[in-house]
Ligand binder design. Structure first.
Ligand SMILES: [Fe+2]
Length: 215
């Protein structure tokens, strides 16, 4: 069971005091701190998740997948950072509403992340579907406009082909394991069932692109 920190400000101040300087930036007026590039994103992950935690393993697996996709398809580092950080909303320091995409994007915003990065985290893997189930879809869209372009699909592809432990899996295996983990009437199961056709189309489209590029 995750526990929440007393407040984010307390958390950031404590970290700064411990390390003797600003880490990952305090609010930086919409610019991406250099520390939230790929290396900084991984450092932040290891700071916020317990060693050996599934969320950490999964996040690293999704980041590795994005590194591969970025190399093959010539995509920017933004994709890789977003992949490492996409589930940061599950961390105790970030968890608030329970919609991890929204919580993660809000948390990253306080660290000075760019709108491009927070938008990807906020909307990855059909976030709007679960947001609607939780009554948070208006807040999500108002605070974080959905990214245009292909990075969101590429991020979602990486998430949907990486298991909870960070291994590469097929989209069939990924859905199977999600439905095994949550009972059928659980909000996450219901949301995934609703989003499944669209997520499958996204994954197949990216798989075709990758196959063409690797020929
Ligand atoms: Fe994920």
């Amino acid at each position: 069971m995750q526990t929440r920190t007393p407040s984010l400000t307390t958390y950031v101040v404590a970290r700064r005091a411990a390390r003797g300087g600003a880490l990952y930036g305090e609010p930086m007026h919409g610019t991406t701190p250099r520390e939230l590039g790929s290396a900084g994103a991984q450092a932040l992950l290891t700071e916020l998740f317990e060693p050996g935690a599934d969320r950490l393993a999964h996040s690293i697996g999704v980041g590795r997948c994005a590194e591969h996709v970025a190399r093959v398809l010539g995509q920017p580092e933004l994709l890789v950072s977003a992949a490492y950080l996409h589930d940061i909303g599950y961390a105790a320091a970030a968890c608030d509403t329970g919609l991890h995409q929204l919580d993660g994007a809000r948390y990253l915003r306080t660290l000075g992340a760019s709108g491009d990065l927070t938008g990807l985290v906020a909307h990855h893997t059909a976030a709007t579907v679960e947001a609607a189930e939780r009554g948070l879809d208006v807040a999500l869209r108002r605070e974080f406009p959905a990214p245009s372009g292909e990075l969101l699909d590429l991020l979602t592809y990486c998430d949907m082909t990486t298991s909870a432990r960070g291994e590469a899996v097929t989209v069939d295996e990924r859905f199977e394991r999600i439905y095994d983990r949550y009972p059928p009437d659980h909000l996450v199961s219901r949301s995934m069932q609703h989003a499944e056709p669209g997520l499958r189309r996204t994954v197949s489209g990216i798989e075709r692109r990758l196959a063409r590029s690797l020929r």
